[in-house]
Design a protein around this ligand. Structure first.
Ligand code: SAM
Length: 212
């Protein structure tokens, strides 16, 4: 993700406190109260400019969604999409996924989406991959038993290392596609990166995995 410095991003996010949640730790264990219903909660980690999570929220009104992105200068674009969509079932958090357990109770999140996560190809940076065992442990601490991760990427190296780390962690792989766009998978919602890289002819890999 190319970062443009947007010094106004913080102020802009602050203008929409119902959409961009400023103090997520104060909602730990109480996200359903904030949404005003008991619907399942799905989060996307590394939501970027937010197309996927906004389209998901529009397509699935009986599910609550939260888009999580570390950079305010990036999530501010997701905020624009959310303002336009004006859906009640989507919130945005500008936080680092490493701290997710500070914001969600065990079992409070029903599914984690990871889309086109940064590949961090060098071995010495492997711990930064969002499918590294340390992150799998963090997701496990907020998901219920048998909670799910859904992951897609165009990066073969990241996909392979993720398959390894997920199966080494003891999770069950319940879906694998090595060419999502030429498969029978229905209901795919494209992310910004997915559109860009599939237009270049890159294959899209996708997996679903479940904790035991
Ligand atoms: N998911 C979007 C898509 O497919 O178009 C964006 C993909 S972009 C390559 C990855 C995004 O993940 C970046 O915006 C980056 O800032 C975010 N990210 C990476 N590590 C993160 C972390 N630890 N916590 C939250 N966001 C993170």
């Amino acid at each position: 993700m190319r970062l443009r410095n947007k010094p106004w991003a913080d102020e802009r996010l602050g203008e929409f406190p119902n959409y961009a949640i400023a103090q997520p730790e104060s909602h730990k264990g109480k996200w359903r109260e904030l949404f005003g219903n008991d619907n399942p909660l799905y989060i996307e980690v590394g939501t970027g400019k937010g197309r996927f999570i906004t389209e998901m929220a529009k397509a699935h009104p009986t599910i609550n969604f939260i888009g999580i992105e570390v950079y305010k200068s990036v999530i501010v674009s997701a905020l624009d999409l959310l303002i336009e969509a004006a859906v009640p079932n989507l919130k945005l958090l500008s936080v680092d996924a490493v701290n997710l357990a500070d914001y969600f109770e065990k079992g409070e999140v029903d599914r984690v989406y990871l889309n086109f996560s940064d590949p961090w190809p060098k071995t010495r940076h492997a711990k930064r991959r969002l499918t590294h065992s340390s992150f799998l442990g963090i997701y496990e601490s907020i998901l219920p038993e048998k909670g799910e991760i859904h992951f897609k990427t165009d990066n073969q190296g990241l996909f392979e290392s993720s398959l390894l780390s997920i199966s080494d962690y003891g999770m069950k792989l319940t879906f694998i596609s090595l060419d999502l766009h030429n498969s029978s998978f229905e209901g795919n919602i494209m992310t910004e990166y997915e559109e860009k890289f599939s237009k270049k002819g890159n294959r899209i890999y996708r997996l679903e995995a479940q904790y035991r």
